[in-house]
Design a protein around this ligand. Structure first.
Ligand code: ATP
Ligand code: MG
Length: 406
């Protein structure tokens, strides 16, 4: 460590000790006439220039109440500013201090020629095969990952936290980025609230709104999966991307908004697990949303497949833990679209906001009059059905059913 870095570290440590003192996280004892103060041990101070953050690792003195750290987070904010994160359990804690906070609302703009020449979505996804746009981090950078390498994601969080909106913008981006020959969608919309927007879009092969339709749709995807594995075998390649050009197959994205309503159906669950485990090499990817995670819906098998987790606001830490995004319980109601993204690490992100009106405008050019929904036999779900079944009566029915089986 150079001298400058040494001084910087010492200064940072001194600042943290001042915070410990104001928070009362110190022990005092008398040594003769002298009062001696004992501080928690600071093990590490790491400056991350890219993330514009400083991370401290410290351990409490034995006998200190770890709850005091959380209770006194306002003291840490008074010293370090409000953009901090504290993580830890009974003794060891991580404190991360960020220079910037997240922007409160982020308007979805695929292309923004005037304002943000090099910082719009179309620029951020350049070079990706199957870009899943998550949102922006604290430093205003777009966070995008490729479904080709991270095939399955879970989007979870309480009602109104931004799950469907996130699905809407992810799908819209993909529709604008890839042709209907390159990418096919299979959509499950069991709450009948979101995916009707996509009816007519040429990439969309089917929208299932009832469990039996979803079952048929999954069977279709499942069969397609078998077909593709045979094709890979016959061609002697490991991945659909390596198929010769005359044998190329489109990527498939299976997106289901609210899986709780079908996870008690064994056949559906089994097919989902199979598609999730075998899809990667076959170009078949899953995006699933779920309001209330529980251990019986997200059993270990399902969880281990859904390696990407987007944890929007949750009511409490136990929900956040099931999702794998501790911190989600601290997200304020005032910031819908805010979430924690768990991939290799955990990161707080603001999702872009795409209203359904705006999405309709963006999707219009991709719609075709000849479009048919393969899994209902008619192209628009009839309106009277939608009105008869309210979210309350179907959704709670399923939840009660699931709960009663515990
Ligand atoms: N990224 C965002 N930025 C700003 N506001 C948002 C964002 N996402 C959602 N919202 C606001 O929150 C509302 C609810 O969002 P959304 O319908 O996506 O929630 P949800 O999690 O799907 O809820 P439910 O579980 O009830 O279906 C939206 O109508 C919008 O007002
Ligand atoms: Mg929703």
């Amino acid at each position: 460590m150079g001298f400058k870095a040494f001084i910087k570290t010492q200064k940072a440590k001194a600042k943290l000790r001042r915070a410990f003192k104001s928070a009362g996280l110190i022990n005092k004892y008398k040594n003769g006439e002298k009062e001696v103060m004992v501080y928690p041990t600071i093990h590490d101070v790491a400056f991350d220039d890219k993330k514009k953050s400083t991370r401290y690792v410290f351990t409490l003195i034995n006998g200190m109440d770890p709850k005091e750290v959380e209770k006194k987070d306002y003291v840490f904010m008074q010293h370090f500013g409000k953009h901090i994160e504290i993580d830890g359990d009974y003794k060891k804690f991580d404190l991360t201090v960020y220079e910037h906070g997240l922007q409160k609302e982020l308007t979805y703009k695929y292309q923004d020629k005037e304002n943000e020449k090099n910082n719009d979505i179309s620029t951020a996804i350049k070079g990706f095969k199957m870009p899943i746009v998550c949102g922006k981090d604290r430093n205003g950078n777009w966070i995008v990952y490729d479904a080709v390498t991270e095939p399955n994601a879970l989007i979870s969080g309480e009602p109104g936290s931004g799950k469907s909106t996130q699905l809407r913008s992810i799908l819209t981006t993909l529709i604008k980025y890839k042709s209907p020959e390159q990418l096919h969608f299979y959509l499950g919309d069991l709450k009948m609230s979101e995916f009707h927007l996509f009816n007519g879009v040429q990439h969309v092969k089917g929208v299932a709104i009832f469990p039996n339709e979803l079952e048929r749709m999954l069977t279709h995807v499942y069969n397609e999966m078998l077909k593709r594995s045979k094709l890979l075998n016959a061609m002697g390649v490991m991945h659909v991307d390596s198929l010769p050009s005359d044998k190329k197959v489109p990527y498939i994205l299976l997106a289901i908004d609210e899986i709780v309503m079908v996870m008690d159906n064994k056949d559906i669950k089994k097919m989902l697990v199979q598609i999730g485990s075998l899809g990667r090499a076959l170009g078949i990817y899953c995006l699933l949303s779920l309001q209330r995670p529980s251990h019986d819906i997200l059993d270990t098998k399902v969880r281990s497949l859904l390696t990407v987790r987007m944890g929007f606001r949750t009511p409490d830490i136990s929900n956040s833990k099931i999702i794998g995004t501790p911190g989600s319980e601290k997200i304020s109601r005032e910031t819908p679209g805010r979430f924690f993204l768990k991939r290799d690490s955990l990161e707080e992100i603001q999702a872009p906001y795409l209203t359904d009106k705006e999405a309709e405008k963006l999707l219009k050019p991709y719609k075709s009059k000849e479009w048919k929904n393969a899994f209902t036999g008619f192209s628009e779900p009839s309106n009277d059905v939608v009105e008869e079944l309210t979210e309350e009566n179907i959704f709670n029915g399923v939840l009660n059913h699931v709960n009663s089986k515990r």
